[in-house]
Design a binder for this molecule. Structure first.
Ligand code: PMV
Length: 326
């Protein structure tokens, strides 16, 4: 039995991926740039086993069913095709944070699955190949493959993958997540991407990306939080404007989502440098320097409607570990 276990961190994008140029290949409508989140992890063990008749998938201790299972099986099929094997697999995966709430759980889940499954199948993929494989399952997962800060660009299947732009040690940028809901969102990003082009604002957002991307890259290089945070807020609001004006409309915000965003802007006036971004969900990612993470967490904890606070610095890339989940 060939067994492998991988650990991955989810990532938060400062320039978002929203909308696809190619649905089947998961080619994005625009390049995106993100940071891995060291404080949140997914661990996944995969074993291919002769004689097993179907794939067995457990996620957070529960047997997976429906769309969640189908996405894992489809990804195992990609790995089997690459490795030229037919065996069915046993997959167990655990994340230490809630899934489907705008914490990018699919990014760490499919990065970890790509490495664990490819290794268990006897493949030794290099970083670009692994990032490309992860992209096919969930676009944002390709950015959890390199360590630290990564840029996902490229227009074809072959060159669409994430490359590191800065290592985790380059900048102790922190993401303090205000968790305001643990409910699984009604419309996931998979269905959401397909709606992007129904919004009259989609084109306007895409037109802004070529200006935004070099500004965010330079802000990371210069460790300039005001420049990074300002651009991240603008793009998160642009993406949510696209979501809200799609047909049907997607409205992910809850009252505490807005309360956290407004509190952050008020604290900024008082001198606490913190900026927000959001994924496809109501939870608010608050970006700050390492030295402010403690005071920011405490303030966020004290806001009404906040259920949990998750603190992360820049995370490593996807990696193999020696222990297994079964
Ligand atoms: O990778 P997907 O298909 O779950 O899409 C992720 C989309 C956002 O999280 C909303 C934005 C991003 O770039 O991570």
């Amino acid at each position: 039995m060939n067994k492998a276990t991988a650990v991955a961190n989810p990532n938060i994008a400062f320039v978002k991926y929203w909308g696809k140029a190619d649905e089947a290949l998961n080619l994005p409508a625009n390049p995106s740039l993100s940071m891995n989140l060291a404080g949140l992890t997914t661990v996944t063990t995969v074993a291919f086993r002769a004689g097993q008749t179907s794939d067995m998938v457990t996620i957070d201790g529960q047997s997976a069913a429906g769309e969640a299972r189908e996405r894992v099986v489809a990804h195992l099929d990609r790995v089997r095709a690459l490795a030229g094997i037919g065996e069915r697999a046993w997959v167990a995966s655990r994340s230490d944070f809630p899934a489907g709430t705008g914490l990018a759980s699919s990014s760490s889940a499919f990065a970890a699955l790509s490495l664990a499954a490819s290794r268990a199948a006897g493949l030794a993929l290099d970083e670009p190949a692994l990032s490309r494989l992860a992209r096919l399952a969930s676009g944002s997962a390709c950015r959890s493959v390199p360590a630290g800060f990564s840029l996902w660009q490229g227009d074809t299947d072959r060159d669409s993958y994430a490359r590191q732009v800065a290592s985790p040690s380059h900048w102790a940028l922190y993401d303090v997540v205000a968790v305001v809901s643990r409910e699984h969102k009604a419309v996931g990003s998979h269905a959401g991407h397909a709606l992007a082009s129904t919004s009259p604002l989609h084109r306007a957002r895409l037109d802004a990306v070529p200006g935004l991307l070099p500004a965010v890259r330079a802000a990371i290089e210069d460790r300039d939080l005001a420049a990074l945070g300002g651009a991240a807020e603008r793009d998160a609001l642009a993406m949510h404007s696209v979501m809200m004006t799609s047909q049907p409309s997607l409205l992910y915000w809850l009252p505490p989502t807005l309360a956290v965003m407004q509190a952050l802007r008020a604290w900024r006036q008082e001198g606490l440098a913190a900026y927000f971004t959001l994924d496809a969900g109501p939870n608010v990612h608050c970006l700050c320097e390492a030295r402010d993470a403690g005071v920011l967490s405490e303030r966020i904890w004290n806001l009404p409607g906040v259920l949990d606070v998750l603190v992360s610095g820049p995370g490593e890339g996807v990696r193999l570990v020696e222990y297994h989940l079964f």
